[in-house]
Each structure stands twice: as structure tokens, then as C-alpha cells.
Design a protein around this ligand. Structure first.
Ligand SMILES: [Mg+2]
Length: 411
């Protein structure tokens, strides 16, 4: 049984934000979708795919997923990196979509079947002050969320990552937050000491208001030194976090060892990682508790499955990245993996806007705090070309960050 790839399309659209999607078609008329969106650098992946990968795919057997993965990874000679691995991820996910459609099964059935009823999701609550944060947490609980990420403004800092912009005067949602459709990145400011003083007071208030049971998460967004992160982890211990995410810049795996020596607050990292090599020390030395990689940025389902199987040996669980710059295709791929693996932890969930949902028709559901990929054959996503055609690519960038004296800092 073979099915040859006959058409490779790289689709760029911008309904609420920019998305790059790969669509493969086989000689027996089956199509598969893969997400290739790299927030703020979208066209680099589109070019990598259309200029360098598409010519290699035409004529290949769509069923040979592992061989195609290795062909693209080893065959480029230049390995790893976000552009390369997002491109390979798109191919990998599209091929899994095709294989599952041919089998007539939802993709998770090919990954071993369902290990749970659904994937526990966490939502993003935030506020410019504590009352606004409480309102945001309550709104999420009313929508059914059973785990909440808490981000807050900090006195003395003008704009802080993760604090949702308010809807515009025209009533538009803030789907593109934190990336903005500007010719140059917006510049924000930062003061780590002010943040470290303020954040524990906010978690104390949240615990007092919402009680001990609600799982609470926080994202440090790579802004602390190891000793600062260790101090924050210790300070947050009384509030029993589900995890502290991205506490230090992600390039240096050894930094997490220092943090780990000082705190029992669980640690999560990996949304900007590309391969298992970024996790090698972290997993082997049990320096983290959750793997944050997205399917989209880590070489696809095949590669992330291997990372998570390696992590499982050390009781490290999944926490797959799921902001709105992961397209519904990338989210669906994550949900099939979430349902199938044994060492599932939690799934980030930031719902897409109406325009995005018009382009990407979805079968996944969110009910009672759990996400489920649905039972359509394949990923369960269809791409509406007519809807997509109405949304032209628009440059957009994530912000950059400077300390109060103007020094560039991690955003
Ligand atoms: Mg994060």
C-alpha cells in the first residue's frame, strides 16, 4: 500500500494573527494539514517549506512518516533551529493526518488509543490589579476551566507579559496579544526586583480567595537569573503552584540545577526548544517536572512523542504549549498526543477567535475543563480556502524588553 504525495501547498493567512499551514495531497486524493507557524518569523518557515522542502516531497510515499522525518532532518545537514524544526513538524503532522484519514481513525487511535477521557486544560487569567485578576479567574472558572495560569501587572512596570490587553473601543478581541501588527516590535520595560517583591503577594491573595485546591500556574517568561528564580520558587512554595514556567532563559540547561537545589516548586520549560537535545540534561538529571514543547516547534508528533517517552522514564510529564500562535492544526495535533500518552500532565489552552475558526474548521471540544480532539478521521481539522483568502499576511512581532536604564532584557 502506498500513496504518493502529488501536491505540496504552503498556505499563509492572517485571520486574527498570521498562520502558516502546510497541505499535502496524495495521488489517491487524501489531504493532510500541518501547522508551520513561527510567531513573528512566519515567512521564513513558509520559504523553507516552499523553496526547499516541497520539491523533496513530491513523489514520496506519504505513509513513510519516520523515513521522511529522518530524510528532512539529516538530509538538510544543518540541523535543529526553530525554522527547520517548524517546517519538519508541519510535514510530520500532515503525514500523520493523511495516515489516520486513510485508516479511517482519529489520529490518537494510531498513537495507542485514548489513555484518558480528555486533556485537562489551563486557561490564562490576568489582571492589572488584584480585583481585576479575581474577575478574570472567576470568568475562567465559569467557562469550565479547572486550572488557571495567573499573571499580573507589577507596580512600577508599564507593560508586563501575560496581562491581557483590554478589548479595543471597537470591541475587537485581543487575539493577537502579545504580538502586535506593527512594523517594528513594541518596546516594554522590566524590573526583576519589583516583580519578585510583588508576585508572592498576588499568589497569597489568590489562594486566600479561591482556596487550596485550584491548580495555579505562573509563567516567568525567561526573565530571571538562576538565583532570582530560586528565590521566587521558594517564596511561592506556600501557595502550592502546579508549576513555575520558564523561570530562567532556556538556553542554559544547567541553570535549572541551581533553581532545583533551592525549591520544591515544580518547574516547567521548553516552549522555545526544538529537539530532544535541548532536554537531554534537564530530563536525565530530573531538573524539571513538565515538558513545555509545542508539536509545531519540535519537529512534530513523531519527535515530541520521543521526547515525552524519554521524560516518562523520570516521571516528567507533558505540558504542551498552546497559545493562539499555535494554529488549530497544531492544537489538534497536541490534543491527539495528550489523549494517547501515559505521562500527560496538562494542556495550555487559549481559544482562537471567530475569524480563525472560520478558516480552520475544528472537531475538538472543550467540556468540563477537558479538551478532546474529537472522533473525525485524522486530525479533525479542515482548511477553508475561501475564508482564508480574505485575510492577507500582515507583519506582526512579539514585543522586546528593556530594563529601566535601557538595557535589552529577555522578553
Ligand atoms: Mg510560556
Amino acid at each position: 500500500m502506498s500513496s504518493r504525495i502529488t501536491e505540496v501547498e504552503v498556505l499563509v493567512t492572517s485571520p486574527d494573527r498570521n498562520f502558516v499551514t502546510l497541505r499535502l495531497t496524495t495521488d489517491d486524493g487524501v489531504t493532510g494539514l500541518g501547522d508551520a507557524t513561527l510567531n513573528g518569523r512566519e515567512l521564513a518557515v513558509a520559504s523553507y517549506l516552499s523553496d526547499h522542502v516541497a520539491p523533496l516531497l513530491v513523489g514520496r510515499d506519504a505513509h513513510n512518516i519516520e523515513d521522511t522525518w529522518q530524510y528532512l532532518y539529516r538530509g538538510a545537514y544543518w540541523r535543529r533551529g526553530p525554522v527547520t524544526m517548524a517546517a519538519i513538524a508541519a510535514v510530520d503532522v500532515a503525514l500523520w493526518d493523511i495516515k489516520a484519514k486513510v485508516a479511517g481513525l482519529p489520529l490518537y487511535q494510531l498513537l495507542g488509543g485514548a489513555s484518558r477521557a480528555g486533556a485537562l486544560a489551563y486557561g490564562h487569567a490576568s489582571g492589572r490589579d488584584v480585583p481585576e485578576l479575581f474577575d478574570s479567574i472567576r470568568a475562567h472558572l465559569e467557562k469550565g476551566y479547572r486550572a488557571i495560569r495567573v499573571q499580573t501587572a507589577v507596580p512600577g512596570i508599564d507593560a508586563v507579559y501575560g496581562v491581557a490587553a483590554q478589548p479595543t473601543a471597537e470591541g475587537a478581541r485581543y487575539d493577537y496579544e502579545p504580538a502586535q501588527r506593527t512594523a517594528l516590535p513594541v518596546e516594554e520595560d522590566w524590573d526583576t526586583r519589583a516583580y519578585l517583591r510583588h508576585l508572592p503577594t498576588v499568589f497569597e491573595a489568590v489562594r486566600n480567595e479561591f482556596g487550596p485546591e485550584l491548580p495555579l500556574l505562573h509563567d516567568g517568561h525567561h526573565r530571571m537569573t538562576p538565583i532570582q528564580a530560586a528565590k521566587l520558587g521558594k517564596a511561592l512554595e506556600p501557595y502550592d503552584l502546579f508549576w513555575l514556567e520558564d523561570c530562567t532563559p532556556a538556553e542554559n540547561q544547567d541553570a535549572l540545577r541551581l533553581v532545583r537545589q533551592h525549591t520544591t516548586t515544580p518547574l516547567a520549560i521548553g516552549e522555545i526548544f526544538n529537539t530532544v537535545w535541548d532536554y537531554q540534561t534537564l530530563i536525565r538529571e530530573q531538573l524539571i517536572d513538565y515538558v513545555r514543547s509545542a508539536v509545531t516547534h519540535t519537529g512534530g508528533i513523531s519527535a515530541l512523542r520521543k521526547i515525552l517517552d524519554y521524560a516518562a522514564q523520570y516521571q516528567i510529564k507533558s505540558g504542551i504549549h498552546g497559545p493562539t500562535d499555535i494554529s488549530p492544526v497544531g492544537m489538534a495535533a497536541a490534543l491527539h498526543l495528550d489523549l494517547a500518552i501515559h505521562n500527560f500532565g496538562i494542556q495550555e489552552y487559549m481559544p482562537h477567535g471567530e475569524r480563525t475558526n472560520e478558516v480552520f474548521r475544528q472537531s475538538f471540544t472543550f467540556d468540563g475543563g477537558l479538551l478532546h480532539p474529537g472522533t473525525e478521521p485524522g486530525l479533525g481539522i479542515t482548511y477553508d480556502d475561501d475564508a482564508a483568502a480574505g485575510f492577507a499576511y500582515t507583519p506582526a512581532y512579539l514585543p522586546v524588553n528593556r530594563l529601566k536604564d535601557g538595557t535589552m532584557h529577555d522578553w
